[in-house]
Design a protein around this ligand. Structure first.
Ligand SMILES: NC(=O)c1ccc[n+]([C@@H]2O[C@H](COP(=O)([O-])OP(=O)(O)OC[C@H]3O[C@@H](n4cnc5c(N)ncnc54)[C@H](OP(=O)(O)O)[C@@H]3O)[C@@H](O)[C@H]2O)c1
Length: 287
């Protein structure tokens, strides 16, 4: 990765920071993104302590104007971007809107990767890696894309729903950029004991999982404390020669190519999500 520049959203903590650590170790210049200036500076200092090239930009990427600002600042610092990792996640316990009036998990998992990738296309020369999560693969509810009808159910969660939508959107994006040298793939990280998981209360889970949440709380630090494991699939997709030129593919936590869920492959779903993203960013993204 020497001579290559990587941008990772949500990378001043959690899985994103470990992904950054892995790519710095491979020699990449890494630009971190987080909301908190102190955590951002500390993360850049920590990851750059061994002589690596690490810098940080402060932005809340669930806000469209900050996504635009981030893209402008990246363009000021780099004449090319080799890898973009859309890593930011969100999981509020109930339906919440951003300042743009967009449902938060839809913003974090679908609209932000859509917008940031579009805005950075003029700089991008290589790979886009989008992170799915939870239990993706259920049906995409076209009348409930922003959880207008339901946010949580017996097995349903808007978190899983938006991660499945991200997969559908990624497939459509891979098609859009085919032949340009830019690739778009999706990584499944697996579980990590991260700030997001630590802050999730039982009330934020689908009803059937709530009884096991206290058990998870106790076991998670021991079972899922090593965040280098959930960072593996992103590091692989960002750096491995094995995936050079591969696009429109889905990789498991063991870095193996795996099948897409049927709902992500469904053209009608892809088009509905793409159209909604276009409508929500009409002012922001030149298409
Ligand atoms: N953890 C898991 O078990 C798990 C499992 C499957 C998939 N995933 C997915 O993996 C990705 C990373 O998960 P994680 O658990 O590491 O997340 P996390 O704990 O929320 O990550 C924390 C990092 O993200 C930054 N961040 C959060 N919201 C942001 C925003 N709106 N704008 C900019 N930065 C933001 C935080 O910055 P500040 O400190 O400044 O707030 C911090 O650097 C997510 O897409 C998640 O859905 C996670």
């Amino acid at each position: 990765m020497r001579g290559k520049t990587v941008l990772i959203t949500g990378s001043t903590g959690g899985i994103g920071k470990e992904t950054a650590r892995g790519l710095v170790a491979l020699g990449a210049r890494v630009i971190l993104v987080g909301r908190d200036p102190v955590r951002a500076r500390q993360a850049a200092d920590e990851l750059g302590a061994g002589g690596g090239q690490v810098e940080a930009i402060v932005a809340d990427v669930t806000r469209l104007r900050e996504v635009v600002g981030l893209a402008v600042r990246v363009a000021e610092r780099c004449d090319r971007l080799d890898v973009l990792v859309n890593n930011v996640g969100a999981s509020p316990p109930r339906r919440t809107l951003t300042e743009d009036g967009v449902e938060v998990t839809f913003a974090a998992h679908v609209l932000t990767p859509f917008t940031l990738t579009h805005l950075l296309l003029p700089l991008l020369r290589g790979r886009v890696v989008n992170l799915t999560g939870g239990i993706p693969g259920g049906p995409i509810e076209l009348d409930n894309l922003q959880a207008e009808r339901r946010y949580l159910g017996w097995t349903f969660s808007q978190y899983n729903h938006t991660k499945t939508m991200l997969m559908a959107m990624s497939l459509r994006f891979a098609e859009k950029v085919a032949g340009t040298g830019v690739t778009v793939n999706v990584a499944y990280p697996g579980h990590g004991h991260t700030p997001m998981n630590q802050s999730m209360r039982a009330a934020g889970f689908p009803y059937v999982y709530r009884p096991i949440v206290p058990l998870l709380r106790v076991a998670a630090p021991r079972l899922f404390g090593d965040l280098s494991k959930p960072a593996r699939s992103s590091v692989h997709l960002a750096s491995s020669a094995e995936v050079e030129g591969v696009s429109g593919a889905y990789f498991s936590m063991r870095c193996r190519r795996t099948d897409w869920p049927a709902s992500a492959l469904d053209r009608r779903n892809q088009e509905a999500i793409w159209t909604l993203c276009e409508n929500l960013t009409r002012e922001t993204v030149r298409k």
